[in-house]
Design a protein around this ligand. Structure first.
Ligand SMILES: Nc1ncnc2c1ncn2[C@@H]1O[C@H](COP(=O)(O)OP(=O)(O)OP(=O)(O)O)[C@@H](O)[C@H]1O
Length: 443
């Protein structure tokens, strides 16, 4: 037996893969209704009829991707089975980063050729609003080309890219299912979403039929789509509601049964993890699974052979902290600078801090980051948002005639100056500034 420092004294995690993001569970629980709807969308493909378009929406972690993966896998295997007296040729596509291409199945029976291309629009090379449809088209062209024929992500006229895309689609032929995950990331230029479903009726392609499935957790995106896209893409809509705590418990129980050592956890542990996930993520299975995974790791580090509620609470706090860091990094520069200035104020023992002093601290921090500071009024708008988002707490004081009414600010219970600093440390485009604050700027 080896005696390694990397070994833990106890083992609770039996199969770590089942807690990874790309794991496909054996069974999708609590989503029967959505699966039934989804099957109706995919059924024409199985039957060799023209594919349908659909739009799936629901908050993060509610099973949109898991259900999609499960049903497309099943579609491929059922088509294979249906045609098992024909020759199947797996057409190898290379995989560009963050995109998944399921194998292209070519049967001798032309009407069931199926190519599934799945792209995560968030991971495309540019986030610029004006050309994301263009980037989707380029990514699709590259999915269908061999390494040496792939095209660059810039430099082509949009029409030239669409022509290449149609050429590739026609070359491969058959039925295409294009799944665009996080489709809202394509922004306001939704050209690709009406180009693709209409390409056959517009005479751009002749040998293929295309169905498009858009997946999003941004409800406003659907509303803002151009009417012609709404008509096609949203032909069918499938809404994925948040999971209830009980449903999260069922999903966790199934996951832990394969992932954790028998007898190392209790129903109560799972109930707590589900309740915490339900509370702060409005029902994300991903959150519930992450809590259990982290809690099991903490338990192993502690040398424990069983999960305890304290580990689950600790895991939850760790993850909250991570979520906080990432939501800070998504704020604009003025809000970041305001948070940095508040962290500095707290370090100097100046919190809660009055508005004018806070504004002065913000100005100093802004100067140190080479940012043009906002006036008190503009700054105040950002403060209101920070307090609305739950980063900052606004305290209203009333000292009557003597002192009047005034506001003071401090970090909310969920945020600390260390977390703000940690968030700054992860960002390359803004630096931390050490400032001095003149107390009593309010006069
Ligand atoms: N009904 C379910 N049964 C089993 N596991 C599930 C279920 N729903 C979600 N999961 C698991 O929860 C995690 C998140 O699910 P999924 O990726 O499908 O969410 P999503 O709705 O696509 O989220 P996002 O919008 O953030 O991409 C995955 O590990 C997935 O396997």
């Amino acid at each position: 037996m080896t005696d390694s420092v990397f070994d833990s004294k106890s083992e609770i995690i039996e199969n770590a893969e089942v807690f990874e993001e790309d794991y496909t569970p054996d069974e999708i629980l609590c989503r029967d209704e959505m699966m039934n709807e989804y099957v109706k969308v995919l059924r024409p493909i199985y039957k060799g009829r023209p594919p349908k378009n659909a739009f799936l929406y629901g908050d993060t972690g509610v099973g949109k991707t898991a259900v999609t993966k499960r049903l497309t896998d099943q579609l491929i295997s059922d088509i294979k089975e249906q045609k098992d007296d024909h020759t199947l040729v797996a057409n190898e596509f290379s995989i560009v980063s963050d995109t998944v291409v399921l194998p292209h199945e070519v049967t001798e029976d032309d009407d069931v050729d199926l190519t599934i291309i799945q792209l995560n629009c968030q991971n495309l090379p540019t986030k610029s609003d004006t050309n994301s449809s263009y980037q989707v088209a380029i990514a699709m062209v590259n999915e269908m080309r061999h390494q040496e024929d792939k095209i660059a992500t810039t430099g082509y006229a949009p029409q030239a890219v669409y022509n290449m895309l149609y050429e590739e689609i026609d070359r491969v032929g058959g039925t295409f299912l294009v799944i665009l995950d996080e489709v809202d990331a394509i922004g306001s230029d939704d050209t690709i979403l009406y180009e693709l479903p209409r390409s056959r009726s517009n005479g751009d392609i002749h040998n293929a039929r295309i169905g498009v499935i858009g997946i999003s957790n941004d409800y406003t995106f659907r509303k803002n789509l151009s009417p012609k896209v709404q008509d096609t893409l949203c032909e069918r809509e499938i809404r994925f509601p948040a999971y209830e705590a009980q449903e999260l418990g069922d999903i966790l129980a199934a996951r832990c049964e394969v992932g954790l050592v028998d007898g190392s956890y209790s129903e109560e542990n799972l109930r707590l993890a589900s309740a915490l996930a339900r509370r702060d993520s409005s029902g994300s299975a991903r959150k519930a699974i992450d809590i259990i995974k982290r809690a099991a790791e903490i338990a192993e580090d502690e040398g424990a052979t069983e999960l305890k509620d304290t580990y689950i609470r600790e895991a939850h706090e760790d993850l909250q902290q991570g979520d906080m860091v990432s939501s800070i990094t998504h704020q604009d520069n003025h809000k970041l600078i305001a948070l940095g200035a508040l962290a500095e104020a707290e370090r100097l023992g100046q919190t809660p801090i009055r508005t004018k002093t806070f504004h002065e601290a913000y100005q100093k921090f802004a100067e140190g980051t080479n940012t043009e500071p906002l006036t008190l009024r503009g700054f105040h708008n950002h403060l209101s948002r920070l307090s609305m988002f739950g980063f900052v707490e606004e305290l209203t004081n009333n000292e009557g005639r003597k002192g009047g009414r005034y506001n003071e600010y401090q970090f909310s219970e969920d945020l600390s100056k260390e977390t703000v600093k940690e968030a700054f440390d992860t960002m390359n485009d803004i630096n931390w500034v050490t400032i001095r604050i003149r107390p009593g700027a309010e006069g």
